[in-house]
Design a protein around this ligand. Structure first.
Ligand code: AMP
Length: 498
């Protein structure tokens, strides 16, 4: 007998239950409407991509690529029979030989060696017993039939890949794209940090890197947060230079860090060599005094980057956007250039960033796309935005169940089925219980389900062709004809959003 087993969601993943999903839906709807009002349009992307797409764009020295990606080999294994007979082995050997000839098995040196081993093992099996069978099976399993794939840890790389793949540089104007969906990172789970989390992101790709683009993106972001009722957000901005000035600054930073290596923890010590900018991200209290004395990028920007940053700040003033400059805001991913930004919100504890983004002018080029394409974008962490809205306590009024139908008597049933269909067609949420209930019980359930109205259909109503509509908040009752009922609930719905 199979053992009884209870399954639970994997650590770092969670179910968003209906009590919360209405708020998620509402937030994502506000995001879509806001982004579309700025002429951004949705791109729907795959959940997994070639591992190298992320390794190249995000950078192999980042935490995301070096330890947090969910990577797997996409292999369709050969079918292996259990137990294996000699005939099966010979068949499998022939199938592998044929797949190799046809090129179904990728022609790598490793696969070629494996195919040969496999064939020899098959010969051995014809002569010997179990050990040869096991060697044969190992060999079949070692064939790397598929590519290395990764569940997306973020979507900017995918947007850039899609931009290149579909030749979007030939389309008129800048490409303004947005996406909504889950991302995956093997991080240490805690409040506001999950292994499957959700983002709403937007990207602008095109020939121009005008600071007006950066400013419009920031304006849009803050408008979105305001509409969603996210209170007390702070926008932090920085410029991390371009490929002309950043490497020189990074080298200077590395030299200065080497001088204070003894005062740093092991993570920062390692980063001096691998990714010195990341030291600036450190939250360790004992490193703060040391970091404050390090050279700042703002003093080492080239003239063009300095001007770009100054113009961005002018644009922000023009749009009445307040911000704090944070010279330590370098962001974790390698592809950023010039403008970087982050928005924090209250009520989130240590994981208080609800959005991060920046400019990535070299990314399309790096991924083999056309030269000179510039880009900027952001990703909002939906899980955290929702937490912050819930903490702020200003929850929107979300439409729930409008009408619960309480019926009694066999003749009431067809009437109930019919009117339920008509009310639903008007856009109302209607619950028609599958079994008849006593009126008292039905009204009790309607109340527990949070219905605004109970629609009562009993013998009297059937006989007179009317409906009794009871508002549950104050128990006010009305007798209405079908037309009156539909008209009344329609106008209620328009008025209340329910
Ligand atoms: P990033 O892609 O790292 O720039 O992150 C952008 C935003 O996504 C952050 O500001 C967070 O709000 C959110 N985010 C990133 N990682 C996680 C995670 N593991 N769990 C929840 N939200 C996350």
């Amino acid at each position: 007998m199979t053992e009884k087993r209870e399954f639970r969601a994997i650590r770092g993943t969670r179910d968003i239950l209906p009590a919360d999903s209405a708020l998620w839906h509402w937030f994502e709807q506000i995001a879509r409407e806001t982004l579309e009002s700025y002429n951004f349009r949705e791109i729907r992307l795959p959940i997994f991509e070639d591992t190298q797409l992320f390794a190249r764009s995000i950078g192999v020295d980042t935490d995301v690529v070096s330890k947090e990606m969910y990577t797997f080999e996409d292999r369709e294994q050969f079918h292996v029979a259990h137990p294996l007979s000699l005939v099966d082995v010979i068949r499998l050997d022939e199938a592998v030989a044929e797949a190799w000839q046809r090129g179904t098995i990728p022609r790598t040196a490793a696969n070629e060696a494996e195919v040969l081993t496999l064939h020899e093992a098959c010969r051995d099996i014809e002569r010997a017993g179990t050990p040869a069978v096991l060697r044969f099976l190992d060999s079949v399993r070692n064939l790397a039939l598929g590519d290395s794939l990764t569940l997306r840890p973020e979507a900017t790389a995918s947007v850039a890949r899609a931009y290149i793949e579909h030749g979007m540089q030939t389309l008129p104007g800048n490409q303004k794209l947005y996406y909504v969906g889950p991302m995956f990172r093997r991080e240490r789970p805690q409040r506001g940090r999950y292994r499957q989390f959700y983002q709403v992101g937007a990207e602008v790709l095109g020939a121009s890197d005008a600071p007006a683009i950066d400013a419009e993106v920031l304006e849009m972001l803050l408008v979105l947060f305001k509409r969603a009722g996210l209170e007390n957000t702070t926008l932090y901005i920085n410029s991390i230079g371009c490929k002309e000035c950043r490497p020189k600054y990074v080298e200077l930073l590395r030299e200065e860090l080497r001088k204070v290596v003894d005062k740093l923890g092991p993570d920062s010590q390692r980063r001096i060599e691998t990714n010195p900018l990341r030291v600036l991200d450190s939250k360790l209290p004992e490193e703060q005094a040391v970091i404050e004395k390090l050279p700042r990028i703002s003093e080492h920007l080239c003239a063009a980057c300095r001007q770009h940053f100054a113009e961005l700040k002018d644009e922000l003033h023009l749009r009445d956007i307040s911000y704090d400059e944070n010279w330590r805001l370098v962001r974790g991913l390698d592809y950023y250039t010039r403008t970087t930004f982050e928005v924090t919100a209250t009520g989130l504890g240590s994981q208080n960033a609800v959005c991060g983004g920046g400019r990535y002018d070299g990314l399309v080029d790096l991924l083999g796309g056309p030269a000179g394409v510039k880009g900027i974008g952001f990703a909002i962490g939906t899980d955290r935005a929702i937490l912050s809205i819930q903490e702020g306590g200003k929850l929107p009024h979300l439409p729930g169940l409008s009408v619960f139908i309480a019926r009694m008597g066999a003749k009431a049933y067809p009437v109930a089925v019919n009117i339920a269909k008509k009310l639903r067609a008007c856009g109302l949420a209607v619950e028609l219980p599958p079994q008849e209930m006593k009126f008292g019980k039905a009204l009790g359930l309607a109340d527990k389900l949070g219905a605004r109205y109970a629609l009562i259909i009993g013998e009297d109503e059937v006989a007179s062709g009317t409906y009794t509509l009871k508002r549950l908040a104050d128990a006010e009752q009305k007798k209405l004809s079908e037309d009156e009922l539909l008209e009344y609930l329609e106008s209620e719905r328009r008025g209340s959003g329910a």
